[in-house]
Write a protein that binds this ligand. Structure first.
Ligand code: NAD
Length: 331
């Protein structure tokens, strides 16, 4: 019998973290893990996202802040690995006010790293979920992991800080830290302030969708199933101190993405409202995934058109999930 690996998942009530937990504790997940979710339940955290695993014997939920040193130290003591998703994650909110981003993303990460390092009985492994936004913006080509970090938004700068802090704990103390930098995720359970769920839910309600500027900004889209696949490859087979890009392989301008969503909704460009561009809006992100592909066998499996159609259908069929969130956030 293999020993159980006890994993502390921060931010596990959010969009990607909850999908990670549902996958790990679902029918196709490994049978040798237990999961404790530590989540503050900010506006972005939703306990309902964890309903499918609530009855699982290996699941536990703790509401708390990753900046709470005592709580974090106490929790980390009982876990072998930390998979760190918790963050303030919305670029537009970071432009309105950056303080929470620095506190949670930087100080919170450092609090977790310290607890991992000082864990009684030996350090806990640390998988840090970073973002491609730390690289900045590029007109052509793709970023390998060795490219310098040139973040532009306060969100991206806070994530770059936490990403580098995590790596510093490997170089300075030898902590087993692995960093992933993924592109834009999409799928079900995505908070409806982000572009795909915002546009889908507006279109379902017959409302117009706000398109920034000319819609020329390009993003690579990664389905949450593929992201979880990449994270598990890095958690179980990655090397300490290494960074792994995770991409989806579908680059689209926001205009192209909008057209696909209008097609799914049976709507026209009359449903689009051009709004002033986001301040400092990065033009294009593109990650080079050669390293995770060749080293760990990663391959995105979800066809984008299919994944987008499934996502659209999920929002159409799960109004009770998103309607209260939109109302509360006045979206
Ligand atoms: P999300 O906003 O949906 O979820 C964040 C979760 O963290 C929420 O459940 C929230 O309650 C929790 N949280 C926030 N502050 C906390 C604190 N101080 N203590 C404990 N919990 C706290 O975010 P997401 O989209 O699921 O992103 C998860 C991670 O992936 C983030 O680190 C984000 O930077 C990264 N990422 C996301 C994307 C994307 O497309 N969504 C792309 C690249 C990287």
């Amino acid at each position: 019998m293999t020993a159980t690996t006890h994993i502390l998942v921060t931010g596990g009530a959010g969009f990607i973290g909850s999908h990670y937990v549902r996958t790990l504790l679902g029918p196709d997940g490994p049978d040798d893990v237990s999961v404790t979710v530590l989540d503050k339940l900010t506006y972005a955290g939703n306990p309902a996202n964890l309903d499918p695993v609530r009855g699982h014997a290996g699941f536990r939920f703790v509401q708390g802040d990753i900046c709470d040193r005592d709580l974090v130290a106490q929790l980390v003591a009982g876990h072998d690995q930390i998979v760190h998703f918790a963050a303030e994650s919305h670029v537009d909110r970071s432009i309105q006010g950056a303080a929470e981003f620095v506190i949670t993303n930087v100080l919170g990460t450092q609090t977790l790293l310290d607890a991992a390092l000082r864990r009684p009985g030996g350090p806990a492994h640390f998988l840090h979920v970073s973002t491609d936004e730390v690289y900045g913006s590029l007109a052509e080509g793709s970023w390998p992991e060795t490219d310098p970090l040139k973040p532009n938004s306060p969100y991206a700068a806070s994530k770059a800080s936490s990403d580098l802090l995590a790596l510093s704990y490997h170089r300075t103390f030898g902590l087993d830290v692995r960093v992933t930098r993924c592109s834009n995720n999409y799928g079900h359970h995505h908070f409806p302030e982000k572009v795909i769920p915002l546009f889908v839910t507006n279109l379902l309600d017959g409302l117009r969708v706000p398109l920034y500027g000319e819609g020329l900004n390009v993003r690579d889209w990664l389905h949450i199933d593929d992201h979880v696949q990449g994270l598990e490859l890095v958690r179980t087979g990655g090397r300490a101190g290494e960074v792994y890009n995770i991409g989806g392989g579908t680059e689209l301008s926001n205009k192209e993405l909008t057209q696909l969503l209008l097609d799914l909704a049976g709507a026209t460009w009359d449903s689009v409202e051009h709004v002033p561009d986001r301040l400092g809006h990065d033009l294009r992100y593109s990650v080079d995934c050669t390293k995770i592909t060749t080293e760990l066998g990663y391959r995105p499996r979800k066809d984008f058109a299919e994944g987008l159609a499934e996502t659209f259908t999920w929002y159409r069929e799960n109004r009770s999930w998103w309607e209260p969130l939109k109302e509360r956030a006045a979206l």
